[in-house]
Ligand binder design. Structure first.
Ligand code: RUB
Length: 309
């Protein structure tokens, strides 16, 4: 594998590249790099090489269907192209052009999503968020651009402190932001007006898979009658949940929690958890703000998933 592609796989694993969208974008870039640097001598060899790179990327973080969906589609297209086109250089050019189109479409979708989401933030609101989600921060930055007055509390998100990334981004955008400990969720909910988090994955029944701590936030929001939204592009949909397969929850290295833990202390480090659809008021998507029950229909349409022929 090309060394830059290997570096991207490593950076995704180590969370240097984090967040579902960033991971998906970088994986598309990595596939394009692999195509450009391919030494394959036949269309079949090129196709095998691209599939292997896509597999290495997909398995770098198990709970990332957006990356999987985009890579699967790219590999499928290479398969189609290879039936008509024998030149490796031409196949590589097609893959790169499609990758660029995918990235442009992602940008356009992110803009639409941000506009829909920003309208949900009431003037004078206290917004709560968790972890770092580029989709959620875009929503808040767009609300600021619309000249809404609001403040944000974000939770630090142990063990990797993605809350600091959120706080930094929002502060740089001129938004009034407070960073606090994960254990502050209940306390800050009492004054909150709205919760907006991101999404790694959305299942067929509209459940949300997102950073550990998200379900706690959703439950406390419901107890306090605070609206809970997730900013999720439709490509976050996980097709393997159609037949009831559960989205795999990534469990990370225990050393991230405590690198020199005493021998008899067991450490667990789940990165994500599921929040049931019934706690979610809506998903903020590029197609509008939709109830969790509609996500399946819109996402399968958008991704071109056929349930039966
Ligand atoms: C990040 C996380 C984010 C989603 C959505 O977890 O849970 O809420 O990935 O992000 P991690 P985005 O830091 O472990 O990747 O809106 O940018 O797609």
């Amino acid at each position: 594998m090309h060394k830059d592609v290997e570096r991207i796989v490593r950076d995704i694993k180590s969370l240097k590249i984090q967040g579902a969208r960033n991971v998906a974008r970088e994986s598309i870039n990595a596939l394009a790099m692999a195509a450009k640097s391919s030494k394959a001598r036949s269309a079949a060899a090129f196709r095998r090489e691209i599939s292997a790179v896509a597999y290495a990327l997909s398995s770098s973080r198990p709970t990332e269907p957006m990356m999987r969906n985009l890579l699967d589609e790219a590999v499928r297209q290479v398969g189609e192209d290879a039936k008509k086109q024998r030149s490796v250089a031409a196949l590589a050019r097609l893959l790169v052009a499609r990758g660029n189109a995918t990235l442009a479409k992602m940008d356009a979708d992110a803009k639409k999503l941000a506009t829909y989401g920003a309208k949900l933030i009431p003037d004078g609101a206290l917004v709560l968020t968790h972890c770092h989600s580029s989709s959620s921060t875009r929503v808040m930055i767009e609300a600021k651009r619309m000249r809404k007055e609001f403040s944000v509390v974000c939770f630090e998100t142990r063990p990797r402190f993605q809350g600091r990334t959120t706080a930094t981004e929002l502060a740089e955008a001129g938004i009034d932001v407070t960073l606090t400990v994960d254990g502050g969720m209940n306390l800050f909910m009492k004054k909150a007006d709205i919760v907006i988090v991101g999404a790694d994955s959305v299942t067929s029944r509209g459940d949300l898979i997102n950073k550990i701590g998200t379900a706690t936030l959703a439950h406390i929001a419901r107890m306090n009658d605070v609206s809970f939204y997730s900013a999720a592009e439709l490509a976050k949909y996980s097709p393997m949940t159609i037949f009831g397969t559960r989205e795999k929850i990534e469990e990370r290295d225990p050393a991230e929690v405590w690198d020199k833990a005493p021998k008899r202390v067991r450490i667990r480090n789940p990165a994500f958890e599921a929040t049931a659809a019934k706690y979610i008021n809506g998903y903020i998507t590029e197609a509008g703000v939709i109830p969790p029950q509609s996500f399946f229909t819109l996402a399968t349409q958008k991704l071109g998933i056929k349930l039966y022929e």
